[in-house]
Design a protein around this ligand. Structure first.
Ligand code: SAH
Length: 221
């Protein structure tokens, strides 16, 4: 993990430190590192945690959710093996940080969030950054996005209790799905690679801690 940055360092210095930390942990794909470097994470963090935006750690956001750790964002994006023509489905928009990274590496990103508040805030950020290839939806991502399926890639950024079958069904035969899978506080980050015949090669990448994938949309006051 990156050392806590000294607050008198410029964002550029802190970003350089973060990129070095990701590289040393195995995030080496130039397209992925470039996307992280080009995306100002402080746009996605709440005021209370702004100065910690360049730390390699997850941070709290509204609605009791979290913005993912940059290393995990890099690792998951790299594991997707995106191509410039890829259409990607992301479940769990949250702050929109991971979405922004995906949008710089893929052709189109469809993203679903169950909190309307988070969805609206993320949409504003995409507009500020001029990301025009992101399509948002307020809904239950566990159901995927049938009207837009099949997808080349699917990324789940909340923990699925079991194998995410509904989502795997919305993947192209040679597609890739990456998701944290497990019911406890620590889950396995899994990569499902379609074998072209309806089956999957499943790989466990590492242990992760994600908020759970919940059923239905959130009721907000
Ligand atoms: N990638 C995000 C991580 C957000 S945390 C970021 O970097 O900011 C996971 C998000 O998944 C939360 O916002 C949570 O509300 C959302 N989520 C959980 N279950 C969901 C579901 N069934 N459908 C859509 N979003 C869901």
């Amino acid at each position: 993990m990156a050392k806590a940055p000294k607050t008198d360092e410029s964002p550029e210095t802190q970003m350089a430190r973060l990129i070095l930390a990701l590289r040393s942990q195995g995030v080496t794909e130039p397209g992925v590192l470039n996307a992280i470097e080009k995306t100002p994470r402080d746009l996605f963090t709440p005021d209370l945690f702004k100065e910690r935006s360049w730390e390699d750690s997850a941070l709290p956001i509204a609605c009791g959710q979290t913005i993912s750790q940059p290393f995990i964002v890099g690792l998951m994006t790299q594991a997707l093996t995106l191509e410039p023509r890829s259409r990607v489905l992301e479940i769990g928009t949250g702050s929109g940080y991971q979405t922004a990274i995906l949008s710089r590496v893929a052709r189109l990103v469809y993203t679903v969030e169950r909190y309307r508040t988070l969805m609206k805030e993320a949409e504003t950020r995409f507009a500020v950054l001029g990301l025009t290839n992101v399509i948002t939806k307020f809904g239950d991502g566990g159901e995927g996005w049938a009207e837009q399926a099949p997808f080349d890639r699917i990324l789940v950024t909340a923990a699925a209790p079991d194998e995410p079958k509904t989502l795997l069904n919305q993947l192209k035969p040679n597609g890739v799905l990456v998701a944290p899978v497990g019911k406890g506080p620590v889950q396995s980050l899994k990569r499902y690679a379609g074998d072209g015949q309806g089956g999957f090669k499943v790989e466990v990448l590492c242990d992760v801690r994600f908020v759970p994938l919940l059923d239905g949309v959130a009721r907000e006051l």
